[in-house]
Design a protein around this ligand. Structure first.
Ligand code: ASP
Ligand code: MG
Length: 451
């Protein structure tokens, strides 16, 4: 069994859907047993969120926007299904839009849009794209079936990003697939709670769906079909000579997709990783290209570094004071306070003098972080044990990533000397003992040069 997943751009237009159908039919012709997961048509999820917000704001214009989304699906039906078979698909698509229209009307009446309702609204994106494509396949004589992942994947009630209950989910997937021989067209991104309330797996979560299903079914491979040539050594928009990485380990892929261009949604690696299933990142718009293989152990490379990633904009928070030296529990309190306030930390650095701890966060959390920490350490600050909390903005992070670093010396020497020779000041740095990633904080104005 092979699981294929097609992202938003791949299912975004009549032309790209033609390629998707070709890829699927080629697999079938070769006798491959496949299951396929689809994202919403490109841009639809964002549009649905916008429409939901408009409805909640009492802006009746949302109806026009909804019509545009509906028309995009109709264009695909008209372009891909012969006239004779169109009407039932039109009716089904219209049915979903009617349902969505009713929900939005409710939202506009009560002027309230909860995370839970937003998940339900977003779910229509994948339900529509998958419905339409399964109908296209059927009209071409392929034994295909629409599969609503909400019946298979169960999560808790954390709306916007449900936590998957793998025990029930795996069982349901196995039972479901055991009874079916038709090609299953599965909605990406969406799931449900045990009570049948719709949830989602987080933005970009269709990759995760593919990985969950692939792992449950012990797939031989999971193919992630996207709109770029696999995972690149750096962001090609920033680094002109970036190139595709032919083979990468799960750990490296995780490091690289944490930063920079999110070719793969990081949580999606876990189920595949646990079952040691190879993921292939492939390009729907360049089907002959070999793409990137993501595996437990990557093939041997000529370089110690697999890739360079970056985060454009971070804020660096520094907390320092003589009263922190040798005192246990400061960092515990620090990071607990941040986590209780949902502030995620990107990088942490503390030198052995223990005189200061610095960490980087998303700049949008900077004000909140200061408030939270000033409150947490108000006692120490008033006594002068801690000097205060300082925040520096307009900074970026670059990280070099690669398993090859473990065995070689001089990589960090080279990194810092090349930055130094080019007049790029290093503000902070961190390297974990896994030696998989060396991260440096630099001024934002130096980012392109540094990359
Ligand atoms: N449609 C969802 C999103 O845009 C899920 C996905 O594309 O993977 O986030
Ligand atoms: Mg997407």
């Amino acid at each position: 069994m092979k699981v294929l997943k097609f992202g938003g751009t791949s299912v975004g237009s009549v032309d790209s859907i033609k390629t998707v159908i070709e890829i699927l039919e080629n697999n079938i012709a070769k006798g491959e047993q496949i299951a396929v997961v689809f994202s919403a048509m490109g841009g639809v999820t964002n549009r649905l969120i916008e429409i939901g917000k408009m409805a909640a704001a009492g802006n009746a214009e949302y109806m026009e926007f909804l019509k545009v989304v509906e028309e995009r699906h109709f264009v695909v039906v008209r372009g891909m299904i012969n006239v004779k078979n169109q009407s039932s698909t039109f009716a089904a698509v219209r049915g979903l839009f009617n349902e969505l229209g009713d929900i939005l009307k409710g939202v506009s009446w009560i002027r309230e849009l909860s995370e839970r309702t937003l998940d339900l609204i977003m779910s229509f994106g994948e339900r529509l794209s998958t419905l339409v494509i399964s109908e296209i396949l059927k009209s071409r004589g392929v034994a295909a079936e629409f599969c609503d992942a909400r019946n298979l994947i169960h999560t808790n009630a954390t709306y916007g990003m449900g936590d998957v209950d793998f025990e029930i989910t795996n069982k349901q997937i196995l039972e479901y697939f055991a009874k079916r021989s038709a090609l299953q067209c599965v909605t990406g991104f969406i799931a449900s709670t045990g009570d049948g309330i719709t949830t989602t797996l987080g933005r970009g979560g269709s990759d995760y769906t593919a990985s969950i299903i692939g792992a449950a079914l012990d797939a031989s491979v999971i193919e992630i079909w996207t709109d770029v040539d696999g995972m690149m050594t750096a962001d090609p928009r920033k680094v002109a000579n970036a190139f595709t990485i032919p083979s990468i380990s799960y750990a490296e892929a995780m490091e690289l997709s944490h930063f920079g261009a999110k070719v793969i949604y990081p949580p999606s690696l876990q189920p595949a990783f646990a079952k040691n299933i190879t993921l292939k990142v492939l390009n729907t718009f360049n089907t002959d290209f070999i793409g990137t293989f993501v595996q437990k152990a990557a093939d041997k490379k000529d370089y110690a570094i697999t890739g360079i990633s970056s985060i454009d904009e971070i804020a660096l928070v520094n907390i320092q004071g003589s009263g922190m030296i040798g005192v246990a529990g400061i960092s515990g309190r620090l990071f607990t306070a941040l986590s209780e306030n949902n502030i995620s930390v990107i990088l942490i650095s503390q030198a052995s003098s223990e005189h200061s701890i610095c960490f980087s966060i998303d700049p949008k959390n900077a004000i909140k972080a200061r408030e939270v920490l000033e409150k947490e350490f108000s006692h120490e600050i008033s006594l002068g044990y801690i000097d205060g909390i300082s925040i520096e903005k307009n900074l970026s992070i670059i990280a070099i990533v690669g398993e090859g670093m473990k065995k070689s010396t001089g990589v960090s020497g080279k990194l810092f000397s090349v930055l130094g020779k080019n007049g790029i000041n290093v503000v902070a740095t961190a390297q974990g003992s896994s030696e998989l990633n060396i991260s440096v904080v630099i001024s934002k104005s130096d980012l392109s040069k540094a990359l």
